[in-house]
Design a binder for this molecule. Structure first.
Ligand code: FRU
Length: 489
């Protein structure tokens, strides 16, 4: 149908047909990046879960591959990971050079157990280990194993969700087959209903050092509704994760980035993640029909001290600069209070906007205690049909918001329209990097400390960009608008 084409992302991965949710098995094999994903090939609804597969050399141009892991009589192939067993610790490979192994959850309504499978063709196809499951605790809510090789203790470490107990369990193994329980973390942070898709990695701190970060996806129960990925910054000694403080970090201030998974085997310890660009509250009702689901852009992760001194996760889209076409001129430098300026957008392409702005000082003649005054800088993507997508910054209260309410292509009770987040309250300076691509919007503001990911469904293409100032004028220090070259078929 028409909406299947209108909403098809041009630089984000989406399945040709069928239903997609979590990214799985993210790994760099030395040549290719692999993206496996939760996939129902038969219908645009969650069910009959297989592992779909795509490969890329830049995480932006993806080539579809045959399904890698099937649903079997033992159950659906739920979320999991891949590792390179380069020393053949499992003994399952024919040579000392080893190969790729996948560890994932086989799920039936009655039980969730962990399966091992190995690939002798570099991740194209997998053969299940003969004595699966490799981990079974007699539970029906025990899933989503993610494994890393922990060098200091020279062993594989698995993080896995005891979903309904709101706990993340840690296990160790020397051969990927025999697993020993190490510790449990949680309940901590958001409670919700299910803990899912845990991920653990040592992530560099800008300016030096590194900390361990534990990501835990929660569904439902996110503060913006439904699915959300939270993170804890702390230490990991090979057997136990100790959070450094009690602040809950959320990876997103909107609600369409879930089940974040980290790439394994990245050169130089680069921390890169992809999340599912969706939310369980409405993913099966989205206004596409032959396909449903998209992935976020790959994002490089770092830890940074914010203005108040807290360590926080910073995210930035990885590699999109390479897709930039000729800059679209937008010569505005100054927008007076109460005025606006507008540019026409190229039709039907993905767009990147990089901008930094300083809003004028709060007027000094305000009566004492007047907190009502706003100094707003607003970015509007609109069309002649009166639809608009708004991203706004209120300098005096230090808040950023996103409003997708005035888009008419989809409505559903949980498809919330407005999101906001607090920025540094003493800073009239605002920077934003956003990518708009068909039904997806990703906002990286505040140097990537404030990230908003949202599905958007205008019923007609957005044709203009308008910048508005109200309450106070604004000076634009930097403004670059680029069309991005299509990477997907
Ligand atoms: C997260 C999740 C996982 C599960 C998978 C099923 O979105 O619910 O916990 O393994 O999706 O597709």
């Amino acid at each position: 149908t028409q909406s299947d084409v209108l909403y098809r992302p041009l630089i984000h991965f989406s399945p040709t047909t069928g239903f997609m949710n979590d990214p799985n098995g993210l790994i760099f094999d030395g040549t290719h990046y692999h993206l496996y994903y939760q996939y129902d090939p038969f219908a645009p609804y969650a069910g009959h879960v297989h592992w779909g597969h795509a490969i890329s050399t830049d995480m932006l141009h993806w080539e579809d591959q045959p399904i890698a892991i099937d649903e079997t009589k033992d159950g659906e192939a739920f979320t999991g990971c891949t590792v390179l067993d380069v020393k053949n610790t499992s003994g399952l490979f024919d040579t000392d050079k080893g190969g790729m192994a996948a560890i994932y959850t086989r799920a039936t309504p009655h039980k969730q157990t962990q399966y091992l499978a190995i690939s002798k063709d570099n991740g194209q196809s997998f053969t299940e280990y003969a004595h699966n499951p490799v981990l079974d605790i007699g539970s029906n809510s025990f899933r989503d194993p993610k494994i890393l090789f922990h060098k200091p203790t020279n062993q594989w470490v698995m993080v896995i969700a005891k979903s309904r107990l709101h706990q993340i369990a840690f296990y160790a193994s020397i051969d990927l087959i025999h697993w020993t329980h190490l510790s449990d973390f949680g309940p901590s942070g958001l409670f919700g209903v299910d803990y899912e898709c845990p991920n653990l990695l040592e992530i560099p701190v800008e300016g030096g050092g590194s900390r361990w970060v534990l990501f835990v996806s929660v569904n439902p129960g996110g503060p913006t509704g439904g699915s959300i990925t939270q993170y804890f910054i702390g230490d990991f000694d090979g057997s136990r994760f100790t959070p450094g403080d009690t602040v809950i970090g959320l990876t997103d201030f909107a609600k369409d980035a879930y089940a974040l998974q980290l790439y394994d085997n990245m050169p130089n310890g680069e921390a890169v993640a992809i999340a599912w660009l969706g939310n369980w509250q409405y993913c099966q009702e989205l206004p596409t029909h032959s396909w449903r689901g998209a992935m976020t852009l790959p994002r490089t992760l770092a830890l940074r001290h914010d203005a108040a001194g807290w360590l926080r996760l910073a995210q930035k889209p990885r590699g999109v600069e390479a897709l930039r076409g000729a800059e679209i001129a937008f010569p505005t430098r100054r927008i007076a209070a109460g005025s606006s300026t507008q540019a026409t957008l190229p039709l039907g392409g993905a767009l990147e906007l990089v901008m930094s702005v300083t809003v004028d000082e709060r007027p000094h003649d305000l009566p004492l205690g007047d907190k009502g005054r706003t100094g707003r800088f607003v970015i509007v993507f609109g069309n002649e049909q009166g639809e608009s997508l708004t991203i706004g910054f209120d300098a005096f209260s230090g808040q950023l918001w996103l409003d997708r309410n005035d888009l008419n292509g989809f409505s559903q009770p949980f498809f919330t329209g407005q999101f906001s987040t607090a920025l540094n309250p003493d800073d009239r300076h605002f920077d934003i990097h956003l990518i708009l691509d068909a039904c997806t919007l990703e906002i990286f503001a505040n140097g990537g400390l404030s990230v908003g990911t949202a599905l958007i469904f205008p019923s007609n293409p957005l044709t203009f960009l308008r910048l508005e100032a109200s309450g106070a004028g604004a000076s634009i220090e930097n403004l670059a608008l680029y069309p991005l070259k299509k990477t997907m078929p």
